[in-house]
Design a protein around this ligand. Structure first.
Ligand code: NDP
Ligand code: DXP
Ligand code: MN
Length: 379
């Protein structure tokens, strides 16, 4: 029996993880789940999966939840509760499906407690990849990617020697505005931006996909997961999201991973690796598709991707600032206080005002993160 904890069980990745677990109840036990504020769903999940621990974002939500959760459930809340949920259970694996860098401390606590990580929460690696990967290596736990591109690269690298890798290429759908010019981005609405062509995901990552910040975060995530230099990480636009990413080796052979866009495949692989199990997704029929399309990345069309590469290369506190400025700008766009194009303007202004510093620990990362959020909120 594999014991799983899910941080962010009520979101897109969280619910798809539970869907996978529900299909093989004899293989999995849900140890603990955490949610933000979706009480109705987390209560229904607790009734179905009977986790020992449930965590909510605030004390008042936790008190309300207690009235409806199965008797004996350990109910926690807030950041302290999230850390306890991640670390103080019998789980073997923690799936980090919470959104944003708020997942960092809990991810580190899970690693310190010897839990393997199924990592969806890419912001934690962007803001503190050096800490997460070092602590995982020291503790001897694996950080297995759930993000579709990184799962693809991980699968392509299986059995290969790192020294034989020439470069990797992450595919990008182009997001909700992939067929619009920059001029046509003036005045686009939140609803239009949330309409991703291929994937059904949470709001924040869907906006990130439209600005190409998502691919920028993924470039930095790949740098940490696979130990590659930024010169070895490319991005290409592939509107169909069928090739999830690929690796080119020194002999110019390319190995790619393909499949219909369904996150349950990479989620399950992170849980069953090195075994493969059947999934509910359909088989890919290439003859039926007939054509796949690719185009060169245009860094002038997507300046946030250039900015992400620059932030990753600069290192130190700069990726933390890039991430925190983006999280704040996206929240402001979603609440209607800035326009879509102002997301990239906010990120650029915050980065402009920042003086890079070392971020050797969680406290220094938290301080830089808070600074960037304050600046981004007031532009
Ligand atoms: N969705 C996808 O297909 C993919 C997602 N990812 C990454 O996975 C992560 C999750 O994405 P996704 O599932 O789309 O996001 P969602 O917005 O769908 O879900 C986010 C989860 O985080 C919880 N949450 C939000 N705010 C708080 C808070 N303040 N305290 C505690 N919990 C909170 C939400 O709880 P509640 O809803 O109860 O408030 C929810 O469970 C992100 O890092 C994303 O980049 C990576 C690849 C693909
Ligand atoms: C499903 C997944 O992994 C997302 O990160 C996805 O990649 C978003 O799509 P694009 O960023 O390519 O539009
Ligand atoms: Mn992805």
């Amino acid at each position: 029996m594999k014991k799983i904890t899910i941080l962010g069980s009520t979101g897109s990745i969280g619910t798809q993880t539970l869907d996978i677990l529900s299909r093989e109840p004899d293989r999995y036990q849900v140890e603990a789940i955490s949610a933000g504020s979706n009480l109705e769903l987390v209560i229904a999940q607790a009734k179905q999966f009977r986790p020992k621990t449930v965590c909510l974002a605030t004390k008042s939500l936790a008190e309300e939840a207690k009235l409806h959760l199965p008797k004996g459930t350990n109910v926690l809340y807030g950041n302290e509760g999230l850390i306890e949920t991640a670390a103080a259970t019998d789980a073997d694996t923690v799936v980090t499906a919470i959104v944003g860098s708020r997942g960092l401390e809990a991810t580190l606590a899970a690693i310190d407690a010897g839990k393997h990580i199924g990592l969806a929460n890419k912001e934690t690696l962007v803001t503190a990849g050096h800490l997460v990967m070092r602590r995982a290596a020291e503790r001897g736990v694996s950080v297995l990617p759930i993000d579709s591109e990184h799962s693809a690269i991980f699968q392509c690298l299986n059995g290969e020697r790192r020294a034989d890798v020439k470069r990797i290429t992450l595919t990008a759908s182009g997001g909700s505005f992939r067929d619009r010019t920059r001029e046509e981005l003036q005045g686009v609405t939140v609803a239009e931006a949330l309409n991703h062509p291929n994937w059904s995901m949470g709001a924040k990552i869907t906006i990130d996909s439209a600005t190409m910040v998502n691919k920028g975060l993924e470039v930095i995530e790949a740098h940490w997961l696979f130990g590659l230099s930024y010169d070895q990480i490319d991005v290409i636009i592939h509107p169909e999201s069928i090739i999830h990413s690929y690796v080119e080796f020194v002999d110019h052979s390319i190995i790619a991973q393909l499949g219909l866009p369904d996150m349950r495949v990479p989620i399950q692989y992170a849980l069953t690796y090195p075994e493969r199990r059947p999934t509910p997704t359909e088989s890919l029929n290439l003859a039926k598709l007939s054509a796949l399309h690719f185009r060169e990345m245009d860094f002038d069309r997507y300046p946030c991707l250039r900015s992400a590469y620059e932030s990753g290369r600069a290192g130190q506190s700069v990726p933390t600032v890039f991430n925190a400025a983006n999280e704040t700008a996206v929240a402001r766009f979603l609440e209607g206080s800035i326009t879509f194009l102002e997301i990239e303007a906010v990120i650029a202004k915050v980065l402009d005002q920042h003086q890079a510093t070392d971020v050797p620990d969680v406290q220094s990362i938290a301080a830089v993160d808070a600074w960037a959020r304050t600046v981004a909120a007031n532009i």
